[in-house]
Design a protein around this ligand. Structure first.
Ligand code: FAD
Length: 292
């Protein structure tokens, strides 16, 4: 199913779209681990599962397409295959788009990818909107396009205003649904949605939620994301920094409360960054399933 249609259906039903994100295992020999995770995640009946794309990777080794296609065919769950462009040639991108279309994938998240010092940039695509144009050119309406957005502004943009203006290029190039970067302060999300409306952007937006359940995630993910930390979040970290089990429980509880409040406010969708840990996603789902 085309993802924009899914959002239309859920809106009519008065329910948010519930989706999950997984990433391909680093080693091909670990491929079974992703399918074991999806086997467990099935219980949450997600509307779709998106599969990230390892930027900078050799396209021959890239397993995003295979994983997305298997999730759809074997598990009957709709998928979104991510695709980045900053480290790819136009030819690489064309090959991947064709591979998606040949694998009956109907939805692609068009991304630029991070500019990593030391990694080669091919310079054939500068921004995600250029990739979206290429997807449209090659596949017309066979592939629906989703895009990323940043409630607190992308780290390269000089201001949130500039970032939202730039987002219009992505929408103009065919992105029909947006998924946000992780955030912990729902007020930042509500302000962002108002800003989108003021700028004439009215596509559905799913809130990207990452449950923080380990202290290693605080440094790696939280600091890198640049997400601002509300008082109740920092209080939770301070309380449980040295208590592994306590932090796990409190992290799930924080994510559940965050999702419940967003759903009560009428969010279009909740997208859980699972970090390939099915139990975390299942625990969050259990805390919100009565609202889905
Ligand atoms: P863009 O939309 O190109 O934006 C990048 C910057 O350029 C922004 O500052 C923007 O304001 C500016 N900009 C945008 N368009 C223009 C324009 N036309 N002219 C001038 N400036 C412009 N990374 C991966 O490697 N693999 C993944 O699978 C992946 N999945 C992600 C999923 C989500 C939901 C999110 C939020 C991020 C994901 N990322 C992924 C990370 C993403 O690649 C980075 O955040 C990257 O730095 C920006 O990607 P983008 O598609 O938003 O870029």
């Amino acid at each position: 199913m085309k993802i924009p249609e899914l959002y239309r259906q859920r809106k009519e039903e008065g329910r948010p779209v519930f989706s999950l994100e997984v990433f391909p295992p680093k080693r091909k020999s670990n491929m079974n681990s992703i399918y074991e995770a999806v086997d467990r995640l099935k219980v949450t009946e997600p509307d779709f599962i998106s599969v990230t794309y390892g930027a900078g990777g050799n396209i021959a080794d890239n397993s995003t397409c295979d994983i997305a296609a298997t999730i759809k065919k074997k598990y009957g769950i709709e998928t979104v295959a991510h695709l980045t462009c900053i480290n790819s040639t136009r030819e690489d991108v064309k090959v991947m788009i064709q591979r998606f279309a040949d694998s009956d994938i109907e939805n692609v998240m068009a991304l630029r990818g991070d500019i990593v010092p030391g990694e080669e940039i091919k310079r054939e695509f500068a921004h995600a909107n250029e990739l979206a144009i290429e997807i449209q050119r090659q596949c017309h309406d066979d592939l629906e396009i989703l895009g990323a957005c940043y409630p607190e502004g992308h780290y390269e943009a000089r201001s949130i205003e500039e970032d939202v203006q730039n987002l219009k290029y992505k929408i103009g190039a065919g992105a029909k649904v947006l998924i946000t970067q992780l955030f912990f302060d729902n007020h930042k999300f509500y302000d962002f949605i108002s800003r989108l409306g003021e700028s004439g952007i009215f596509v559905p937006v799913s809130a990207g939620i990452m449950p923080i359940v380990k202290s290693s995630q605080i440094e790696k993910t939280v600091q890198l994301s640049g997400a601002s930390l509300p008082h109740d979040f920092t209080e939770m970290i301070a309380l449980y920094e040295h208590d592994k089990d306590g932090l796990y429980e409190a992290g799930i509880d924080f994510a559940v409360r965050q999702c419940r409040e967003l759903i009560t406010h009428g969010v279009d969708g909740v997208h859980i960054y699972t970090m390939n840990d099915p139990q975390v996603a299942i625990s969050v789902w259990e805390g919100i399933k009565d609202l889905l």
